[in-house]
Design a protein around this ligand. Structure first.
Ligand code: ADP
Ligand code: ASP
Ligand code: MG
Length: 805
């Protein structure tokens, strides 16, 4: 049983350790790490001492204090405690003298450093040995032996194996310090590398033919990804040795990579368990797993990767270039963790750690010096600041489409892959990305491979006015149904009003988002952008339910970051043509969506229909449309002999018009809508190209609203006359927007009984499309064209169309 740093780091955890070990019936060897954080502190203190910084003394005093405090708190028996404190004192006194020596001589050799760092485990193991009932203690340096090769201390497996077998007999419980070892020739103290206590335990387990190797740590087992990076990572119940090895080698820090091999050879299972939650079954790692269907088990990564490319035309078909590359690197003790070579054979890319990169470049340039001088090969190229990611699972080999899903997911998220490799064993696909994209890559892959029971769509809702709040309510009530019936999970990860915003990766509780907003920090558009982009979240949609130009100005950036945009806001689609065009282009190249169906006719399927017609090869020739619910309402009231000023007032009171009805009456809103429709129909139209006749004479648009209301009745008589005359002729007024082969206008028109717009009730909208196919009898789309409910529903439909189900 190996207990890591955090498991011996606090009183609470060390007492839990005691309970866990004492509950064990069989014979146990307990391997312990240094108290959490101590190894780093030992090294830091040494660096201070060698630099002549007297602060090393207080660091040392602090470490000393921590051990004394721990011993005093957990050992209740006075005699044992005193004995333990004496032992600790003796060790700490040695350590103090070493530090003092380093300080005085200002020299810190690797040998001295190894001696210093060994005290962490030597101290902690004494405490644990005293704490556990009936436990003995052995110094692992007596049997874990290393030899010096390529400037590194490497385990001498055979010797160690023999010594371990001889060292342990029938003792029920023995505590052993992890990590530390001894050079077999010089007897100097060495170690197995950072995180090496796992390895100590594995070596002992293998030599003693243990029934199981237990790694006790601070998480519930081996997880699908690093839980510090991926909050939704969860514990993997079972892993094969091969899968565990692949994941560890690629940076899953939970087990030190060399740990797997010794127990794997002996077929001893490994159990990874949580000292803080011992009831959790944790993870079992073993040879063979039954009924295992999951193609991918986990994702891990290494940052600090350099990719070295060996390239040259002469490499094609030449035998032995690869042999020379790898022999050279091996001779210098440089480990290569990824290789990628295309079948054209004119370049080989090799992934090494950043710290090995300079040396690797130098030795390879030297090795191929002749070829480089002759121009047959290029000097080595290094690309730094990269990260390598691996997805791992033995069942990949039976499942087609994994690589497709992997690269598809990355592509849709705007992540470009710099190099990739998949071995023929098909248990691991590794690839290299810019290290700034590491977190995002891990997130999107984890979401797509592990949370894929559901399709997840992450929504940022901007604007909580009538449309936004209606939408949120519709999402809230539809959510369960969508999960059950369509396997779609709508996750609202951000909500912003004009003054405040909340963001939560795991999804905002929609039952009380208003309150959460109220309690949140003040926000602005700049922060909104930062948060949305910073969240780097897969499959996300930005939903704009505002009318703000500032918010619309964010779309370009959002789309470029592979975030789809659904806009109820008309600003962008009706603004300068170039902006509109660029947004559409960006969405297309990024493989995301920019949808704004509700910009015209609220929930009516107008823009989508025009798109479908064009996609199927039709050409839109003419559009005639009644696009303002407010103006249509006023026209209908006039037809019923209501005075004009009253009709306007009524439209306002019923909530059809804007608070300042002149915004509707100016025709600007209609103008913007016909601009959008014309563009969607394939014509290059700007707002200023539209011929415009407002409902009212120009002077009514000057001055404030009060004045406007005051003056409005002066128009009543004129309208009354006009309407009476029209009525006699069997006609009525409609405010119509027209696009004819690219020419556009908006004006008040008189339509007769035969005209399809004559019957248009209340605040309805209607669009008549004349196309090459619908030439004689145009297509008409008609219905409710305003109102928060239908608009929100239209936005919702746009969101659903992005989910693609
Ligand atoms: P110990 O001190 O017990 O040896 P470590 O810190 O070495 O613990 O390893 C445990 C830590 O590894 C966890 O707290 C977790 O943050 C990290 N980790 C990284 N990848 C994984 C993974 N795939 N599964 C579980 N933990 C992981
Ligand atoms: N204490 C050592 C380290 O921090 C070894 C270990 O914890 O496994 O690296
Ligand atoms: Mg560890």
């Amino acid at each position: 049983m190996k207990f890591g740093g955090t498991s011996v780091g606090s009183t609470e955890s060390i007492l839990s350790l005691k309970r866990i070990v004492e509950a064990e019936k069989g014979q146990v060897v307990v391997v312990v790490s240094a108290l959490g954080g101590i190894t780093d502190q030992l090294l830091r203190t040494a660096r201070m001492a060698v630099a002549g910084d007297t602060a090393y003394q207080s660091e040392f005093a602090q470490m000393k204090q921590r051990h004394y405090k721990m011993a005093s708190e957990v050992i209740k028996d006075v005699q044992s405690r005193d004995r333990l404190l004496d032992e600790l004192e003796e060790l700490l006194e040695e350590l103090r003298s070493i530090y003092q020596g380093v300080y005085l001589i200002r020299d810190l050799s690797p040998k001295t450093e190894a001696a210093i760092v060994s005290y962490g485990e030597r101290l902690s193991s004494r405490i644990v040995a005293t704490l556990i009932k009936g436990a003995g203690w052995k110094d692992s340096r007596q049997f874990i032996k290393t030899e010096h090769k390529h400037g590194k201390h490497i385990l001498d497996s055979d010797l160690t194996h023999r010594l371990v077998k001889a060292a342990f007999s029938e003792e029920p419980r023995v505590v052993v310090p992890g990590f530390i070892s001894q050079d077999k020739d010089t007897d100097e103290t060495t170690n197995l590398g950072r995180g090496g206590s796992d390895y100590t335990a594995s070596i002992i387990a293998a030599a003693l033919d243990a029934t199981v190797l237990e790694i006790w740590t601070d998480v519930d087992g081996f997880m699908t990804a690093d839980p510090r990076v991926i909050h939704t990572a969860y514990t993997i119940q079972e892993l094969s040795y091969i899968e565990a090895m692949e994941l560890c080698h690629f940076g899953a820090k939970v087990i030190y990579p060399p740990t797997i091999y010794p127990v794997c050879v002996k077929n001893i299972p490994i159990r990874v368990k949580n000292t803080f939650n011992p009831e959790n079954p944790g993870t079992v790692i073993r040879d063979h797993i039954e009924n295992d269907r999951k193609p991918i088990k986990g994702i891990s990564s290494i940052s600090g990767t350099t990719l070295i490319t060996v390239a040259g035309l002469s490499m094609v078909g030449v035998i032995g270039v690869n042999r020379r590359i790898f022999t050279t690197l091996a001779e210098h003790g440089i480990s290569v963790f990824m290789v990628s070579q295309a079948s054209s054979e004119n370049s080989t890319s090799i992934g090494v750690r950043d710290e090995d990169a300079d040396q690797a470049m130098a030795v390879l340039n030297q090795q191929f010096q002749k070829e480089i001088e002759m121009g047959a090969m290029f000097p080595m190229q290094a690309e730094r600041g990269l990260a390598t990611i691996a997805i791992v699972g033995e069942n990949m080999k039976h499942t087609p489409g994994i690589a497709g899903k992997l690269f598809g997911t990355l592509g849709r998220s705007g992540i470009s892959v710099i190099a990739c490799a998949q071995g023929a064993s098909e248990t691991n696909i590794s690839f290299v990305v810019d290290s700034q994209l590491l977190r995002k890559s891990l997130n999107v892959l984890h979401d797509s491979f592990f949370l894929s029971e559901y399709n997840v769509l992450n929504l940022f809702i901007c604007g909580v006015g009538t449309v936004g709040s209606n939408l949120l309510e519709q999402i809230r009530t539809q959510r369960l149904e969508l999960m059950e019936k369509r396997r779609l999970k709508l996750n609202v990860v951000g909500i912003a009003s004009s003054r405040r915003a909340i963001f939560t990766r795991d999804g905002i509780d929609l039952d009380n988002y208003r309150q959460q907003l109220e309690e949140s920090l003040p926000s602005n558009t700049e922060r909104l952008k930062r948060e949305v982009l910073g969240m780097n979240i897969f499959n996300s949609v930005f939903v704009d339910c505002t009318a703000s130009g500032e918010v619309a100005a964010l779309y370009q950036d959002l789309l470029e970051h592979n975030i789809s945009v659904v806009a109820a806001n008309k600003t962008a689609a009706s603004g300068p043509y170039d902006v509109y065009k660029q947004l559409k282009e960006t969405a297309l190249t990024r493989g995301v969506k920019y949808r704004f169906e509700t910009n015209v006719g609220a929930g009516l399927p107008i823009i989508g229909t025009i798109g479908d017609l064009r996609a199927s090869g039709d050409k839109v020739l003419r559009i005639q449309a009644v696009l303002s619910g407010t103006l249509n309402f006023i026209c209908n009231e006039l037809a019923h002999d209501v005075p004009f000023s009253e009709a306007v007032r009524k439209a306002k009171d019923l909530g059809y018009s804007e608070p300042d009805p002149r915004i509707d009456l100016s025709g600007l809103d209609v103008l913007r809508k016909i601009v959008i429709l014309s563009r969607e129909a394939g014509y290059h139209v700007e707002q200023q190209d539209v011929e415009q006749a407002p409902f009212l004479p120009g002077e009514f648009f000057q001055g404030d609203v009060e004045e406007f209301w005051r003056r409005l009745p002066s128009l009543d008589t004129a309208f009354q006359h006009r309407c009476a005359k029209l009525k006699a002729e069997g006609k009525c007024l409609r405010y119509v927007a027209t696009m004819d082969h690219g020419k556009t206008n908006v004006q008040l028109e008189e339509v007769d009984k035969q005209h399809p717009f004559f019957q248009l009730e209340g605040s309805n909208n209607a669009v008549m499309l004349t196309t090459e196919r619908y030439r004689e009898f145009p297509m008409i789309i008609q219905g409710y064209g305003a109102g928060a409910g239908v608009t929100a529903a239209g936005v919702f439909a746009n969101i659903m169309s992005i989910a693609n189900i």
